[in-house]
Design a protein around this ligand. Sequence first.
Ligand code: PLP
Length: 439
Amino acid sequence: MSKIELQSLLESHPIIHQLMALEEAFWLNSNIQSFQTGMEKAPLLLNDVLDAEARLKRFAPYIAVVFPETQETHGIIESPLVEIPKMKEKLEQDFAQPILGGLRLKCDSHLPISGSIKARGGIYEVLKTAEDLALKQNMLSLNDDYSILDSEKFRSFFSHYSIAVGSTGNLGLSIGIMSAKLGFNVTVHMSADAKQWKKDLLRSKNVKVIEYASDYSKAVEEGRRQAEVDPSCHFVDDENSRDLFLGYAVAALRLQKQLAEANIKVDEDHPLFVYLPCGVGGGPGGVAFGLKLMFKDNVHCFFAEPTHSPCMMLGMMTGLHDRIAVQDIGLDNKTAADGLAVGRPSGFVGKVMEPFLSGSFTVSDNKMYKLLKDLADTEGIYLEPSALAGMIGPVKLEKSDYLPKAHLSDKIKNGTHIVWATGGGMVPKEEMEKYYRIG
Ligand SMILES: *Cc1c(COP(=O)(O)O)cnc(C)c1O
């Protein structure tokens, strides 16, 4: 990006000054539209999400057999929604302001199999790939009990195919573990910031791990390039995949049931606010899109990003999407928040979210660590730093212009805030102690 181009962006979007100074910023999306209008241009529909949900149900008997930790939920990979009243009090004290409405944590950090939100999209895309292959060979039909996939016959069939992905860590874990279990040859292209324990864990499960000295975008690009020359290889494209996105979106259907079970109303007088940590965008975008389908104009979705990697905010604010990266405004894309260290956002997700996203904000690494410690102390819940990015959302929202503009100032007290906890369940104990001490 030239100096002149940057100058003109700064003039039209002064908030970029704050991003460049690594200050925490709060941005409201002026392109937001009513749900109805937004859906006119949407490339995906409710039926696509229902189709994904049905596919996950078909696979449930198989998942229950090969991952016994999912037996209790009959092979459905889902996480609890919990109240965090003591953390709410702590936030109110520390920031000297009340948090109106209820506060809950969606514990994707504790999703079975891979301990992060990637257990939704990542696993879904691998399962879909397997199903497509097996259906095409007439080895499987939609009415079968899919536990038959747990057999030498199927493992040997899938071993003729490979799956590849580029990742900062968590997507690699989820794709690697699921693909290896089915019998695929699987390669994970890891960026330099990926944690050693994640690479070790994958290698112990017969996953091929290739390391790069560069960041996430490079790992994805290399993975894509290597997969392109091999027709039997399916590349999971974190930057553009519709299937990943749909796998994440299914979360909304499940959340709707959980809210109903907890007697939490969502309607015009009971708004729902959801805060989602954002890396390349697929996870938070998929979940937010699903939530819009479920709750329409009564849900308000915000993305949270590290101050060093505000790629989605930058892409959506300028409308440049994947044609701009945080490096273009002089940021280093270095953050302790695994999964959020992404310099260039997904153009696909940014465009889908344009009419639906309420806004986004940035959080410093220090604050994520501090919130990590606070949540552990108050509620005994341990997350990885990224998963805390959304925790500050309710505080920031209250101070912004959003509530008066959306005519919600009087209604927020009847509403609910959901902080999406995106990871942490598989972090080794010593690693978690380090995080806690920094906090
Ligand atoms: C991947 C990830 C995210 C964000 O998901 P994207 O699809 O990259 O935007 C958030 N938190 C954690 C812990 C993650 O691993």
